[in-house]
Design a protein around this ligand. Sequence first.
Ligand SMILES: Nc1ncnc2c1ncn2[C@@H]1O[C@H](COP(=O)(O)OP(=O)(O)OP(=O)(O)O)[C@@H](O)[C@H]1O
Ligand SMILES: [Mg+2]
Length: 267
Amino acid sequence: MTTDEARGARPGTALPDGQPILETRELGVAIGGVQILSDVSLSVRRGEIMAVLGPNGAGKTTLFNMLTGLRRPTSGRIHLQGRDITDEPVFRRARLGLARSFQITSLFPSLTVLENVRLAAQAHLGGSLALWRRVRRTDPALDQARAALRTVGIADHADGPAAALSHGGKRKLEVALAIVGNPAVLILDEPTAGMSAEDVPELTEVIRQVRDTHGTTIVLVEHRMDVAIALADRMAVMHHGTLLACDTPDNVMADQVVQSAYLGEAL
Ligand SMILES: Nc1ncnc2c1ncn2[C@@H]1O[C@H](COP(=O)(O)OP(=O)(O)OP(=O)(O)O)[C@@H](O)[C@H]1O
Ligand SMILES: [Mg+2]
């Protein structure tokens, strides 16, 4: 997909194969006898950015955990690029092109920013994780790591320790770690959480850049309504473990059910 096509991948636009890249069918999960999620049927189009919204406890993270394989659903199915992945473990979903952002805690703080991303790239390439391996200019993992750092805009910090990055820089590094294997679908749970208001637009731009540059499909939980509206082609609104609406930001904002059930006077 070209950059323009990716940018133009708005709802209603015919996408290359018309098939959803990621789809849940009547997904549900009960935890300890309590129904946490019910009947969630969500269809994500190739190359779109979808924001998942909903109040605390709506089930957003639980949904994401089922998408990535951390939690097994008790009903329904999940399809990735037409393939049923419901019973696939986390690592196999990753191999099939589904990535989620790493937590800051998974960084090696004393290694350089570049080394952190190179290790993630090596893991994707199936290479050795040996830290003592001599860095060569032809190392494909190194090339991929450099490209990922350029995409997220922290190439200037490549040779400094990861620990020295600002909070915003670390969030960008998390995105770099997630995209280094060039995933088809990137799952981000609250990428702007804990960021100062000034840092948010930059990270938002990085996320958009990932989609525009690589055509990556992105599904993210975002609490900041302004960010979701600015970034998302479509917004899915969850409430009490169900999917209330999934539509363009304009249509979701105008949806009476969404307004009364979730957004209320916040609008
Ligand atoms: N391991 C668990 N055991 C029991 N209940 C759980 C568990 N995980 C989540 N829940 C419950 O499931 C519901 C959905 O939680 P979830 O974390 O998915 O919500 P969320 O939409 O991500 O909320 P937030 O906006 O606060 O991150 C909540 O009522 C929560 O208490
Ligand atoms: Mg959550």
